[in-house]
Structures are given as structure tokens and as C-alpha cells.
Design a protein around this ligand. Structure first.
Ligand SMILES: *Cc1c(COP(=O)(O)O)cnc(C)c1O
Length: 435
């Protein structure tokens, strides 16, 4: 597999280099030179395969030999060891549950695959890989649990004190082993600024082999294509062939992976890009003007992004054909009031509890379906996280209906291990050098 930078289409790097660099020097993003179309035979018979089998075939084609078949299969069976079921809530409306991994969010797909790819490429005797990650909640827990126990790696998580939910904090701080948590007196932006500065610090780079685990890493994008194919496989089993996906979007990695799956031949009628009040992309799709505003805080805080980092990739997929892009993707943006209304309606209609991000995708799907007249269309909205991760959002009656998964209950018994840190680079650097 060869990749180029979106800022320099004639550049070429290997998959291994793209994974360890994360971002090209020229600040573009890595994209595969070849996006192979899967065989029609395979696509037509997806319903005959399991998720790990689908994942293997998709990765095998995309990675094109970057990891030999036997190793790739072992790696995928280890990384993708949980389910991604679709659940029918009403006729032709399905939720794709992506929260059955260890951190209870879809980011487990990316984090688990990436950690294992990195461990695979680390050669024996090589310097330990130090992963630095700033988080507002979900990324940090997926990365922590993804790298937990992975040999020759160490993860340092920076999270803003008092600004993540109770369960998120437990997921970040109770791991031990090769995972350590820094509780920063500041905001998520402060955490991110500390990490960014560390990457440009000569002394730290001399001493450590630093890498970031953020959502632009190509090794996080690849495994997110798997569950789109697998959702389609499940629809085929129900006799459905026409699908629209509604995707709750922040940095646009999730929907970007869906578009990559579409490029590889997955037949998708339409993608709905559903955002909260941070509506840069829906506005662009409507007006043609791409104009990020200041980020606003919302109930769906994992999507509080006004400059989506993966948008460059999506634009690159369509080159300059904005019309084709607008034909395939419809944008929707909703404020907190509508988000909460969605949460309440989903509960009253289906007795189902959806996290606020998921509720935004459901609202977009319902709005879109209301304008269609095609009984064969199946709508699938992606549920990106388990509702127990966002307990403060729900009215009391709905909150009581949230079933806490067993693995979360077990976290409560483990001691919190976190080091307090001022939002100050010298203090952060000192910590890294002395611990
Ligand atoms: C990260 C996240 C999103 C946004 O996904 P992107 O790939 O950044 O668009 C949505 N919902 C939840 C729960 C998340 O954790």
C-alpha cells in the first residue's frame, strides 16, 4: 500500500510510515494512492460472512500486502473481537450499535486496530513507542483500552479536570500497566496545546519516540470501514438492498470511513452528515462556503468541532467534483433543544435510550426519510457511544432506564490513578522527563 499527502499528491510513503508519522510534514493528510474496488461477487454475498471475515477481506484489499495475510488475520481477530449489530427500531429504521467494545464507543474500532498495527511494525529491540493523547473523553478511553498491555508501548493521556463524565474518568484512570493519566487543571484545548508543543520539543523528541493517536491516523480510518460493510451484510439478511447511513459527525472520521467503503464498492444511496450546532459542513453543503466559526459547547460534546480534521480527506475523495459530493452527502445540524427532543422521542417511541450524539443522527434520518417515497429504503443511524457515558444529559426517567454494562460496574472497584498537572508546558515536560 502506498499513500500520498493531500497537500502533495505526487508524494509516496509506505503504510508503516504513514502510521508512525500520523500526519505528513506538509500538514496534509495521508490518503491511499489506490482505493481498490472489491469484487462484485464478494459485495453481493456479504451476508455469508462474519464481521472478522469481512474486516479481513476489506483490509487485505486496502493494505495490499503491507501486512502479510496470516499476520493481518491474527491482528484483525484480536482487534475486532466484539460485535456491531444493527437493531430494528421500526420498519426500515435501524440503529447500528458501535458501542460494544471495551470503551463503549465506536472509537474502539480505530484504537484497537491502530495499537496492534503499531505493535506489529515495532521491530524487536526498537525503542518503546510513547503515545501522547489529549482527550475530552471518548478518544482517551478508547486509546487507553486499545493499547492496554500492548508490548513496547506506553500511553500518556491528558484530560481536563472535572470536564469528563464519571465513567469516562474511570476508563482513563484505572488501567495501570502501560497507561498513565494526567489530570490537567484546564480545558481540553489546554491539553491539546501541551501535546502539540511536546511534539515540537527537540529534547523530548531526542529522548522519546513520540507518536500521536489522534483521529487523523490512517490506521484509525481503515477499521471504521469494516462496520459499514458488516451493517450492509446484516441488511442483506433481512432482504434489504438500499441503504442510507446517518452518521453523527465531529471530526468526520466516521463518515469519512463510510465514504471510503462506498468508494470500495459498497452500494450506499445516501450519507447523512449530522452535526450539532457546530455546523461548518452542513453549511458548506447548503451554501458552498466553507467557513469554520468559533466552536460552541453542546450536549453532544464529542462532536464539538468546528474545523473537522478529516474533511480534507473527504474533499480529496471527490477531488474538485463538489456536485458529486453534494449529491451523495446531505448535511443536517441541530441544537441542544432538538437533540434532547430526539432523546425523549426515541425513548417514548421505542423504549430505547440513545446517547445525544446518536439522537442527532436519528433526527437527521427521520427528517430525510420523511421526504422520500421509497418503501425499499432502509435507514441506518450510527450509535457512536453507549448512553451510560453521558449520564448528565438524560431526564430522570430515561436515565433510570440506562442499563450499565458489566465491564463498567467493575471499574468502580478499581482505584483512580492520575497525576495532577497545571496547564503549563514546563511542568508537563518535567513530568515526562522524570517519570
Ligand atoms: C468521536 C465521537 C463522534 C464524532 O466522530 P468523528 O469521527 O469525529 O466524526 C461522535 N460521537 C461520539 C460518541 C464520539 O465519541
Amino acid at each position: 500500500m502506498k499513500l500520498y499527502s493531500t497537500n502533495n499528491p505526487s508524494s509516496r510513503v509506505s503504510f508503516k510510515d504513514a502510521v508512525f508519522n500520523s500526519m505528513p510534514q506538509d500538514k496534509g493528510l495521508y490518503m491511499p494512492v489506490e482505493i481498490p474496488r472489491l469484487q462484485q461477487e464478494f459485495l453481493d454475498n456479504l451476508d455469508k460472512y462474519t464481521l472478522p471475515e469481512i474486516a479481513f477481506t476489506v483490509a487485505q484489499h486496502l493494505l495490499a500486502g503491507a501486512i502479510p495475510d496470516g499476520d493481518l488475520k491474527t491482528l484483525i481477530d484480536d482487534a475486532i473481537n466484539f460485535d456491531a449489530p444493527i437493531v430494528e427500531l421500526e420498519e426500515n429504521v435501524y440503529v447500528l450499535e458501535l458501542f460494544h467494545g471495551p470503551s463503549l464507543a465506536f472509537k474502539d474500532f480505530g484504537a484497537r486496530f491502530m495499537s496492534r498495527v503499531m505493535a506489529y511494525f515495532l521491530e524487536e529491540g526498537e525503542k518503546q513507542l510513547d503515545v501522547l493523547v489529549a482527550t475530552s473523553g471518548d478518544t482517551g478511553s478508547a486509546v487507553a483500552l486499545g493499547f492496554l498491555g500492548v508490548p513496547n508501548t506506553r500511553v500518556t493521556i491528558l484530560y481536563p479536570k472535572g470536564k469528563v463524565s464519571g465513567i469516562q474518568e474511570q476508563q482513563l484512570t484505572t488501567n495501570g500497566q502501560n497507561i498513565r493519566a494526567l489530570e490537567v487543571e484546564g480545558t481540553f484545548d489546554d491539553c491539546q496545546a501541551l501535546v502539540k508543543q511536546a511534539f515540537t520539543d527537540a529534547e523530548l523528541n531526542e529522548k522519546f519516540r513520540l507518536t500521536s493517536a489522534n483521529s487523523i491516523n490512517i490506521a484509525r480510518l481503515v477499521p471504521q470501514t469494516f462496520y459499514y460493510f458488516n451493517a450492509y451484510a446484516q441488511l442483506l439478511r433481512q432482504g434489504k438492498k438500499k441503504v442510507v447511513f446517518a452518521v453523527p459527525s465531529g471530526n468526520f472520521g466516521n463518515i469519512g470511513a463510510g465514504l471510503l467503503a462506498w468508494k470500495m464498492g459498497l452500494p450506499v444511496e445516501q450519507f447523512l452528515a449530522a452535526t450539532n450546532a457546530n455546523d461548518t459542513v452542513p453549511e458548506f453543503l447548503k451554501t458552498g462556503v466553507y467557513q469554520p466559526k468559533a466552536t460552541v459547547a453542546t450536549l453532544s460534546n464529542a462532536m464539538d468541532v468546528s474545523s473537522p480534521s478529516n474533511w480534507v480527506r473527504i474533499a480529496d475523495l471527490f477531488k474538485s467534483d463538489t456536485e458529486a459530493l453534494k449529491e451523495l452527502i446531505t448535511g443536517y445540524s441541530y441544537d441542544d433543544e432538538v437533540t434532547l427532543k430526539g432523546v425523549v422521542k426515541i425513548f417514548s417511541d421505542y423504549k430505547y435510550v440513545a446517547c445525544p450524539h446518536t439522537a442527532i443522527a436519528w433526527t437527521a434520518l427521520k427528517d430525510w426519510l420523511a421526504k422520500q417515497n421509497d418503501a425499499e429504503l432502509a435507514g441506518v443511524f450510527l450509535s457512536t457511544a453507549h448512553p451510560c457515558k453521558f449520564p448528565d444529559v438524560f431526564p430522570e426517567q430515561i436515565g433510570k432506564a440506562v442499563v450499565i454494562p458489566e465491564q463498567v460496574k467493575a471499574l468502580g472497584d478499581k482505584p483512580k490513578q492520575a497525576t495532577g498537572l497545571k496547564a503549563d508546558f514546563d511542568a508537563f515536560k518535567q513530568y515526562l522527563l522524570t517519570h
